[in-house]
Design a protein around this ligand. Structure first.
Ligand code: GLY
Ligand code: MN
Length: 465
């Protein structure tokens, strides 16, 4: 079963062929990844570009698009009686190919011959940079290069064509993302309702795992459920929640059809925010809302990020945590004491969409290059945003004791940061708010039928119902 109809995959390959014009394209699917011994594998996840062009979520497949000879072929091995005994019947490679409108199929043993023939004829052979080491070895073997050089040998022409296509989501892709958002809504609201002193972070993460699993889905990345919101990818622990602290939950679902959601909410463990928490939360809330008001086609996402940094700096000045000229502070990168990551990333089949293809191709272009300044260097997308793109809007404010100590010891940005006041926030933690937005023809739309409560009064009302 594929997520979309045969026509979708035929059309996508057709567009790719038109964009590239010539050459031999190899799209490698994933193989099972053993966890601790070969028969005990991690949950299988197909490569997203393979899913995009060839639809099937089955291990051991390679999609071939021979543009010069207008031949498409699905490569893989039919299962034998041993496999049938252990895993049951699966369709033949020929039938899988036919299901996505691919005219030819062949066993894996023919792949080397196909590649050798193309090389001898001096044809361009294009593949994407793999993220799995077994696929690096597989491509290295086929192409006669060291596995560690495979990512560098990937075709930039192919990467750019794939990024162009996958960045713009079709209506049927948006409908699938909306399905993920609906599951994400249930995950987050279940956690918000369950937050109270004594419950552990792990229990809350497990609650979400149960919700996704019961829908046949999985989490779109390892859930971040932590009282230490200042640790960006903080694993949930067995620590019981403590009254007075905040619980940051950054989690999402991946649908059966492999499209994701990604949201972050922060809930007061005691049911009400303290004034100090309200002060910081309301800044993040304002930054989050600024993006929803301003995002529109043609806007450089880098500029949006910097606008958010300026608003954050202004508001941190009101609290006495920052000082000086706002533009100068942001130009100098002083705001990165509080916001050390980028405003948001593309989202789709990968929660950080296409990140494995190389961030410089996904989020940047000749006009907007990546920044090397601490904080802004973590911005995963800077270029002009386009209709059909899905991005996360995820500003945050974090108090990281080790960073405070380091910058203070180095005397960094003293003219912009009030270190004496900052010391009184050392154990605050961190706040991030995250929603997923679709860039429309004249602005943006927050995805999800129901928005998980995030305005400060709505949160308190929701959790105390
Ligand atoms: N939601 C996790 C991340 O964006 O890194
Ligand atoms: Mn995110």
């Amino acid at each position: 079963m594929t997520t979309f109809s045969k026509e979708t995959y035929i059309q996508r390959r057709q567009t790719l062929k038109q964009k590239l014009g010539s050459g031999l394209v190899l799209i490698f699917g994933h193989n099972q990844a053993p966890a601790n011994y070969p028969a005990n594998a991690y949950t299988f996840r197909q490569d997203s570009s393979f899913l995009y062009y060839f639809g099937h979520s089955q291990e051991g497949l390679v999609g071939v698009i021979d543009i010069d000879n207008d031949i498409e072929c699905l490569i893989g091995d039919d299962i034998d009686i041993e496999d049938i005994i252990w895993t049951g019947f699966v369709p033949s490679i020929h039938d899988l190919a036919a299901e996505v409108g691919v005219g030819h199929s062949a066993p894996t043993s023919q792949l080397q011959q196909l590649v050798d023939k193309a090389r001898q004829a001096g044809r361009e052979i294009m593949f994407l940079p793999p993220c799995r080491h077994d696929v690096m070895i597989q491509i290295g073997d086929l192409m006669g290069i060291h596995p560690l050089q495979v990512r560098q040998a990937a075709s930039v022409r192919l990467i750019k064509a794939v990024v162009d296509m996958r960045a713009v989501k079709s209506d049927e892709e948006i409908a699938e993302i909306e399905r993920a958002m609906a599951i994400g809504y249930d995950m987050h609201t279940a956690v918000m309702r369950a937050v109270r002193p004594g419950v552990t972070e792990k229990q809350l993460a497990g609650l979400m795992e149960g919700i996704v699993a019961s829908r046949g889905s999985k989490v779109s990345f390892l859930s971040i459920v932590t009282m230490h919101g200042e640790i960006f990818h903080g694993d949930p622990s067995l620590r019981p929640l403590e009254a007075g602290r905040l619980l940051l939950c950054d989690a999402g679902a991946e649908t059966v059809g492999n499209y994701c959601s990604d949201n972050t909410r922060v809930t007061p463990v005691s049911g009400l925010f303290t004034q100090k928490q309200r002060d910081i939360y309301s800044i993040v809330e304002a930054c989050h809302d600024l993006v929803i008001q301003r995002a529109h086609p043609g806007l450089k996402w880098m500029d949006m990020h910097l606008d958010v940094c300026r608003l954050m700096t202004d508001r941190l000045k009101d609290l006495g945590l920052m000082r000086g000229n706002t533009d100068d502070a942001v130009s100098a990168g002083a705001h990165a004491m509080f916001l050390q990551h980028g405003l948001g990333h593309m989202m789709g089949m990968d929660v950080h969409d296409m990140e494995g293809l190389g961030q410089v191709y996904v989020g940047f272009d000749d006009e907007v290059r990546p920044s090397s300044q601490f904080g802004t260097d973590c911005l995963r997308c800077g270029r002009r945003i386009q209709p059909g793109w899905v991005l996360t809007d995820e500003p945050g404010i974090y108090f990281i004791p080790a960073l405070i100590d380091k910058w203070k010891a180095e005397g960094l940005h003293r003219e912009f940061i009030n270190y004496e006041r900052l010391d009184t926030y050392r154990d605050f933690g961190g706040i991030r708010l995250e929603d997923d937005i679709l860039i429309t023809t004249d602005g943006c739309r927050v995805l999800g039928q129901d928005v998980i409560p995030y305005h400060i009064d709505d949160v308190e009302e929701f959790i105390n119902q």
